[in-house]
Write a protein that binds this ligand. Structure first.
Ligand code: C2E
Ligand code: MG
Ligand code: MG
Length: 647
């Protein structure tokens, strides 16, 4: 609308629509008119002081001036701008009706004082506006231009763009300053929203990674230059978020994240920053740390606050958080490195049992580098057949006969030699390498058992126990994968036993029960590994549809010498028998331990007393021995000389 009116008006004063097709070009035109206006005004000044000028010439100049003023007014009206004209000699300002309208004032509020404008400027902006006005009046800038906030009558600030040009006398001294005022609030709001969105997480409204990195970088620079200033960052990861998200749905997960974000923000000072990196990861920047000791209480406060239940999706949801802490130091070149170290410390906190905090130290860094190397090497190992499976006999404690093996992964590293599974399995679990490794161990163990079947056709059917990690259990398609392996290798499902540690089972009991049931429906047996070390889930035991329970080595170790341990083992065995579950004692090393276990009527055992885990060739020899002893006379029943009859 304005576009067409303005074009029509401009045409009248000699500007064709073609020469000003866009708003930018009008603005350019406006500036030109502004210049013409100033020049004309200067001429008028000169004329007024000139006694030699003819009345005709005077008439011409005034006509030019009138035209340029008209043009200026029209252009300003077209652009919906307000006008102001400051007579510096009288210190009075003319404010046009539109100028007043932008500020919500009506024309009755006629005030010609400069303060009418200046006093309305936002306190944070006023200094710079006055400085720029002064700079232009002193002739240091070509024109005056500034974006600032002015107070509207409705008490809200509006963003305006004010432009102006000084009119000067022959000495260059400004005696008049005139210009325009445009309302740019909408543009500023759009700009602000764009900027805000680019720097904030849409779900929680917290600063995002980009904003955090920006702040961290600036804080690091400050730390490098001013020795007094230091800060800490806390890297948080919620401990059970995935389970909550999977079981209650993403909507509930989102609600929990919002609630956590709010709680974290309430727990720190306004100068600190709480940011969300994505997923269930948050970072807190604690600013102005005077003493590192200040940080631990904050971390504890956060851990405590997040351990209280959250009300999400009409129910109480429990979560906890693991926190890694890193302190600013002058040797940090990049913000990413500081964040990385806090992340490493957070992983350490997780590994040490979750719901706790750890402070980064350089040993952690070295360990992280080693782990990274181990991960690369493990990837390589998978592709270059450096992994193998060793087999440890599981023996009936009463008869001393071997009934099967536990399959245990082995890695011979080309330069480091033997790497124990306690070292590489956790790395595999952290990096998803556990999927191919776990699948390979399963396939290889089933294939091996089948090979022994063919090698020793008369042998009693042995079972193989394969360890499953938490991640394998969580992955979709596990049941189908195992079914496929059984079909492929031709091993009967009843001869495969899967070992799941107690802590893994308990961390997600409901889902585990469903999964275990599906595996058992196929005929596969299930064993709880390392029993007694996790949540001591004795009261839960009856809910798990399992076949076997393996008493952890630490209990077997103390048998006899530690009466408390003996009582625990006895209780576990009794309870298991009541539930119709077999018990395997892990880590049987001495005759004394064996004696106690036999007395307690523990069914099976596994340990160095019988055999260490051995390579397939040696395991084959053990099967061979078992077959020989089975066919031997009655009194030589045992393939393992150590097995004693029950006392
Ligand atoms: P686990 O499943 O509890 O395996 C039993 C561990 O106890 C084995 O350690 C075995 O060598 C050791 N052991 C057996 N008898 C004795 C004994 O009399 N005394 C002592 N001191 N130790 C004994 P290993 O082979 O080092 O395996 C450690 C853990 O690594 C396993 O504990 C298991 O959790 C994990 N692991 C091993 N192979 C695999 C695998 O293929 N997949 C998965 N997910 N985990 C595996
Ligand atoms: Mg095991
Ligand atoms: Mg075990």
């Amino acid at each position: 609308m304005f576009h067409s009116i303005l074009k029509r008006q401009l045409k009248k004063v000699g500007v064709t629509p073609e020469s000003c097709p866009s708003l930018e070009e009008w603005q350019e035109f406006l500036a030109r008119v502004n210049r013409a206006y100033t020049e004309a005004d200067q001429e008028r000044y000169l004329l007024e002081r000139s006694l030699t000028i003819s009345s005709e010439e005077m008439q011409n100049v005034y006509e030019q001036l009138r035209q340029s003023e008209t043009r200026y007014a029209l252009a300003a009206q077209g652009a919906n701008d307000g006008l102001w004209d400051w007579d510096l000699t009288k210190n009075e300002v003319y404010y046009s009706p539109r100028w007043r309208e932008i500020l919500g004032c009506d024309s009755t509020e006629a005030d010609s004082a400069p303060r009418f404008w200046l006093d309305r400027i936002h306190p944070d902006d006023r200094g710079i506006v006055e400085a720029e006005l002064a700079a232009h009046l002193e002739g240091n800038t070509q024109h005056f231009q500034n974006e600032h906030r002015v107070l509207h009558k409705n008490d809200a600030y509006r963003w305006v763009l004010s432009r102006g040009l000084a009119v000067r006398d022959e000495n260059g001294k400004a005696y008049r300053l005139a210009g325009s005022l445009s309302d740019i609030t909408e543009r500023k709001q759009a700009e602000y929203k764009l900027q805000h969105d680019a720097m904030h997480d849409t779900l929680t409204g917290l600063p995002n990674r980009a904003k955090l990195m920006d702040r961290l970088s600036r804080s690091l620079i400050r730390n490098r230059h001013g020795s007094e200033y230091s800060f800490a960052i806390l890297f948080l990861d919620l401990d059970r978020f995935k389970i909550i998200n999977d079981s209650l749905g993403h909507l509930a997960g989102d609600q929990l994240l919002i609630a956590v974000a709010n709680k974290l923000t309430a727990l720190v000072r306004p100068d600190d920053m709480v940011a969300r990196l994505g997923g269930d990861e948050f970072v807190i920047l604690l600013d102005h740390i005077r003493d590192k000791k200040q940080v631990s209480p904050v971390a504890n406060r956060i851990i405590k606050a997040l351990s209280h239940p959250f009300r999400v999706a009409q129910q109480e949801v429990y979560t906890s958080t693991s926190i890694g802490i890193a302190f600013s130091a002058s040797n940090y070149e990049k913000a990413e490195n500081l964040l990385r170290d806090a992340d490493i410390a957070m992983y350490r906190a997780k590994a040490k049992g979750k719901a706790r905090f750890e402070i980064f130290d350089h040993e952690m860094h070295d360990r992280a580098v080693t782990l990274l190397q181990l991960e690369n090497d493990l990837r390589h190992a998978l592709q270059h057949d450096e992994l193998s499976v060793h087999y440890q006999p599981i023996v009936s404690l009463q008869s001393g006969q071997m009934i099967g093996f536990e399959a245990l992964a082995r890695w011979i590293h080309p330069t480091r030699g033997f790497v124990p599974p306690s070292e590489f399995i956790p790395v595999a679990e952290d990096t998803d390498l556990i999927y191919p490794i776990g699948e390979w161990v399963l396939r290889e163990s089933c294939r091996q058992l089948k090979e022994w079947d063919e090698q020793f056709p008369s042998s009693q059917p042995l079972i193989v126990s394969v360890n499953l990690s938490a991640k394998q259990l969580e992955k979709r398609g596990l049941v189908e994968q195992i079914q496929g392996i059984l079909q492929e290798t031709g091993l009967a499902a009843e001869r495969l036993k899967l070992e799941i540690t107690e802590s893994v089972l308990m961390s997600n009991a409901e889902q585990s029960i469903v999964l275990i049931q599906r595996l058992r429906d196929l005929g596969i047996c299930i064993s709880i590994d390392d029993f007694g070390t996790g949540y001591s889930s004795l009261s839960y035991l009856h809910r798990f549809p399992i076949d076997t329970l393996k008493v952890d080595r630490s209990f077997v170790n103390g048998l006899g010498s530690n009466s408390e341990n003996s009582e625990i083992v006895q209780t576990i065995i009794l309870l298991a028998h009541n539930l119709g579950i077999d018990v395997v004692a892990e880590g049987v090393e001495t005759d004394e331990q064996l004696g106690h276990l036999q007395q307690m009527k523990c069914g099976y055992g596994q340990g160095y007393l019988y055999s260490k885990p051995v390579a397939p060739a040696q395991a084959a020899e053990l099967i061979q021995e078992l077959n020989t002893s089975n066919s031997a006379p009655e009194d030589d029943q045992s393939s393992f000389q150590t097995a004693q009859p029950a006392r």
